[in-house]
Design a protein around this ligand. Sequence first.
Ligand SMILES: Cc1cc2nc3c(=O)[nH]c(=O)nc-3n(C[C@H](O)[C@H](O)[C@H](O)COP(=O)(O)OP(=O)(O)OC[C@H]3O[C@@H](n4cnc5c(N)ncnc54)[C@H](O)[C@@H]3O)c2cc1C
Length: 459
Amino acid sequence: MFLLTQNPAAFISWKWQKISTNPSLLKHASNYSLSLRNCSSSSSSSSSSVPHRPKRYAVLGAGFAGLSVAWHLLQQGSKELHLCVDIYDEVGVGGGASGVAGGLLHPYSPKVKLLWRGAECWEESLNLINIAEGAFHKLGTKGKQDILQTGESPIVRRRGILRPAVNLKNMDTMIENAQNCLANCRIESIHEDAAQNLIPDLSVPLNLAFYMPEALNVNAQCYLQGLYLACENLVNGVSTLGFANRELNFHKKSVQSLVELEGAYDAVIVCLGARAAFLPELTKKLPLRMCRGVIAQLQLGDDISEEYPEHSPSILSDAWFAVQGARRIDLGSTWDWKSKNYSREVTAEEASEATEVLLPKASAVYPTIKNWTVTGAVAGLRAMPPLTTDGSLPLLGCVDECVVDGRHDCKYWLFTGLGARGLFFHGWLGKLMALAVLSSNEDLIPSELTSWKKHRMHQ
Ligand SMILES: Cc1cc2nc3c(=O)[nH]c(=O)nc-3n(C[C@H](O)[C@H](O)[C@H](O)COP(=O)(O)OP(=O)(O)OC[C@H]3O[C@@H](n4cnc5c(N)ncnc54)[C@H](O)[C@@H]3O)c2cc1C
């Protein structure tokens, strides 16, 4: 108390330094919150001479959602603001579903209809991929350049995705939908011969395929590492963006409940994917369904010389082919709606069940898959949101009332339910989330993404 009344600014800075350098003090930081409140009311007359204390944000989870939010928090806040972001992830960067994702990115539904806010989401995802690419390039000697233009990329494995039509029923709808595509992610409706020029041996049962030349196949783990590196570059002043007062800490630590962090942060953003629903404060309050997916990893047999051509696109059908290279393909994915298993490890039994499901679907569009051998499998747990009139949309918003009864000061935020489209949604929605958090204003998030709260949170 003596310090506080003598020199509030010094007290604030000392106390924050102690807390940020000693995680065990985080638990006791709620007392500090109280001190701060006292401090600001008792020293209001001299507030202009008191430097702002740092704004501290905790981002829980280092997948697509968490890293997008972290990047945008660091980058969006005003340049003068002293801003600290602590990321918590029990595994590390890409420890959940994001790290195993097939990496297919385009803005269309299975009936090739442009998804809700497709233009914004597509644009922001490309922007973040470029930022992650730029961070890798800074490690080397090359200057920053637009990688998506130049084509050189450690993150983008392959450009172009082809979807053969396999269902007569939806064909007219698909042809119509394809005409309303984005100018920067075109859909070309092509016949069998053109499709087979792109992918020799492709089967096009209905003599029609939809080709998206700008769609991407991203190396998800590599992308996440690049995005984290971009965050580090930004706080270390390596970035040209010129932010001086930024701090970033990574805590490889499991968060068991939100009250653990009470008092230590200006805001806590929960980006735990499917496992957001496992937090005691959120259990049974989120309209999420869990769905485990297994991806089979295939390799071309040594005795087969004909490889998957270098410029052939990836394939989307009842099964998808994420082409890793001339002799490696990831084949996905299964949909196990009953499972809550989030482990990426796959038992031999689960792998063989997945292969039995995936191979017939794959050979319906690419019969030569029989020449490929399954060499491994990985899995992840999707957080599937409910279907709305705008499609399946992620769940965003302030969840204070789940943590402390009667609280409405926008301290706890949720960003989950990215379903099977994490890459598509994470960029734009991560940006909106960061803007809402920085201004404590939930209204900056489109109501389509927060409307789930009306139905669920007050139950
Ligand atoms: C098999 C499969 C294939 C997919 N393919 C694609 C695809 O091709 N394209 C696409 O766009 N999407 C794809 N998806 C969907 C995509 O993976 C998800 O939408 C996305 O990963 C969700 O991101 P997230 O950040 O919300 O969650 P996650 O990536 O799951 O991140 C959550 C993070 O929180 C951490 N965590 C969890 N609990 C705790 C805790 N208590 N304490 C601390 N840390 C914790 C985890 O370690 C993890 O790193 C696929 C999903 C699966 C399962």
